[in-house]
Ligand binder design. Sequence first.
Ligand SMILES: NC(=O)CC[C@H](N)C(=O)O
Length: 312
Amino acid sequence: MLCQSSEELQALVEEAKKCTIYGKVADYIPALGKANRDDLSIAIHYPDGSCISAGNIEKKISLQSISKVISLALVLMDHGPDYVFERVGMEPTGDPFNSIAKLETMAVAKPLNPMINAGALVVTHMIKGDSIEERFGRLLTFVQQLTDDPDVSYCQEVASSELETADLNRALSFFIKQHGIINEDVEQLLDLYTKQCAIEMNCLDLARIGVVFAMDGKDPVTGKQLMPEEVARICKTFMVTCGMYNASGEFAIKIGIPAKSGVSGGIMGAVPERFGIGIFGPALDDKGNSIAGIKLLELLSKNYKLTLVLYK
Ligand SMILES: NC(=O)CC[C@H](N)C(=O)O
């Protein structure tokens, strides 16, 4: 779909771009280290199908942690909330996304929420299917429905690059396996998880996913209900409480938009009943969030009064 470029949005991008010099591209997944620190683009997708954009919105990025919201929606549909929340909690941690610390101090080694890596690994473990191919195929089909784009796929290079270097995620998986939270082969789980994180798309597709969450799980363009309202509500709530890692509290206070970020520099936002947002800005702050992406959302939220507490 063609996106109208907006001068107003472009001016906000130029303003937000000034802070990319204070950020750093993630390189613990070697393939992500190739990104250009100074990139910044945004698409906003409205329920009537129109959209506005600024920057190079055709550039594809891997979802990384943004995929955690989508896999959560899928397993909530696969198993229902009771089953899912017996295995992963609902509480923010205040710790970095890849931290192992709380797992050891909890009475049951159940990860605190599905947005940290330990919790996301449990969620990925719950994706139904008889093989890795079938489970990944189901997830990808769901993503293709959410974006209404059958060509969305994953980046083999990013997936392999993460699989080769994912020893911390291996450690988390072995820990939760030892404690009986998961019971599958760790290497297979990581194969599936790294492919999930490597699903790639452009900002416009990302904004389209955002508008589906914003409209309570219904694609406003096709009219299809892609997930039950209840599932969309749970996912959006996690985006508010845990979507920006251990910066979620400050983000909620200052910006107040349900959002999920990934270390590729992507942010997917869902402004309830109004629009979806897709951002790409690979320069990250010290918590792993897109530094210019956050600045851009702050400007948008202030200029257009998007913060949650203003909803009537
Ligand atoms: N914060 C992120 O985006 C993390 C996702 C990444 N694939 C990881 O597990 O480390």
